[in-house]
Design a protein around this ligand. Sequence first.
Ligand code: ATP
Ligand code: MG
Ligand code: MG
Length: 551
Amino acid sequence: ENASAPNFIRNQIHDEIEAGRAGKVVTRFPPEPNGFLHVGHAKSICLNFGLAEQFGGDCHLRFDDTNPAKEEQAYIDAIKADVSWLGFEWAGSVRYASDYFDQLYAWAQHLIREGKAYVDDLSPDEIREYRGTLTEPGRPSPYRDRSAEESLDLLERMRAGEFNEGERVLRARIDMASPNINLRDPILYRIRHAHHHQTGDKWKIYPSYDFTHGQSDAIEGVTHSICTLEFEDHRPLYEWFLDNLPVPAKPRQIEFARLNMNYTLTSKRKLKLLVDEGIVDGWDDPRMPTISGMRRRGYTPASIRKFCEMIGVTRADGGLVDIAMLYHAIRSDLEDNAPRAMCVLKPLKVVLTNVAEDFEEVYEVPGHPARDDMPVRRVPFTRELYIDQDDFMEEPPKKFFRLAPGQEVRLRNSYVIRCDEVVKNSAGEIAELRCSVDFDTLGKNPEGRKVKGVIHWVSAAHAVPMEVRLYDNLFLVEQPDKDKDADFLEHLNPESLQVCQAMGEPSLADAAPESRFQFERVGYFCADRHACRDGKRVFNRTVGLKDSWAK
Ligand code: ATP
Ligand code: MG
Ligand code: MG
């Protein structure tokens, strides 16, 4: 199904192939290893790897690692794991823009010799000021006409570490009056005395994104370099480098609209703040829109790919995607594929007074109503049970079809019971319910009356204690970072995590980390991949049962 969703880039490549203009399609996914990947990156991954799959080409994984101060090996490892988990395979080994630093340096020297680059001694502030604005042209730096010899010598000394950060940069000599500010002598190299996770202490200067990206694409034989719309204005510069350097190939940059989703931040910088401030439990907190957070929450790779297909790929900014679409994608996957189980989130003890102490019977219940390939569950029934506190009301309103004093309800897969007595503790809280069973109701309706409600339950003697974590959106407003001057943390949802000490049926006792279930009447849950070790049982709510996405 993935392969069938058309989009403008796919159509364009299709036309190129029809016209005999295309060879092998090569794309790349180029994350900067300065954070974990988020749902927006998933869109880019599905697009880039998807195109390679559809056209029998290759997609490279290339770390865009030109900013060592913000990058880390831990992010590289997490990004690789996320891409693999989503089900994609990069062609060849992992690549790094830093693999090309020697070549990029030689190309910088080439531009200097051609009179197309110069070392500038202006400070970063001065460079910004000289660059002008949208309405005002830039002014040339006094160093713009410096000789090639002098620039070559200075660049070499910058590289050798002779100067401090900010003292000099290498700039392209393009056009200080260009209406496109990106062409007003962009910076090619900056001095950074930083240790690099790949190249160690070899370099004291690092190339800019613009000077790196297109040439890396060219070196790798990338044919379609797909990026988000913010880079549209950089395309003339991308092409200028390819036109002015002896590169081995001419990749093309194509822009598409980034994913923005309501109630969700898609900025690594802001997500990092949530982690650094301890607002969430790390990058893979199940409330985070990171791929690893979604994984821990219980999303399947198929559901994320399905979501990316549903939202499509356009060139026009598509506005805000409704998070209900994402919920819909995982819910429909789990509806079809998650085994069922009973789990009581807020246990209330029920004693069945007409059931003997040692009575036990076991029901064999389908693992899934429509999947006979799933193992049957063995659900024991005994004198003492737990039901959910929400399924009992002492003074029920009309049409409360669950349990209440003197009222009957059916236990799912079992008998009809009646509540005879409410037992309270000294604080006046309900401690337990004393109920009686109508033994003539197993698999059939009771005589002469209708019992509408069905509730879930577990046998107290067999109940599996577990922690259940109920997650909600991290933010209360649709666009927490809409107002650029305000603090998006003001919009945090104080109830984004609620923890329950729950009781589950025995089939949940040995749930493997990352196994997924529908807790009947409650929602979809996933065994936490970290906490569910050493006999601990922790389940994360992935999504509720009710679908609010209007198709
Ligand atoms: P952030 O602003 O979150 O740091 P970024 O674009 O700087 O994102 P990169 O690591 O450079 O992060 O992104 C790798 C690739 O993923 C780029 O090609 C980028 O265009 C794409 N990408 C990033 N965010 C989104 C998004 N929200 N929707 C679609 N693609 C995205
Ligand atoms: Mg980026
Ligand atoms: Mg960024």
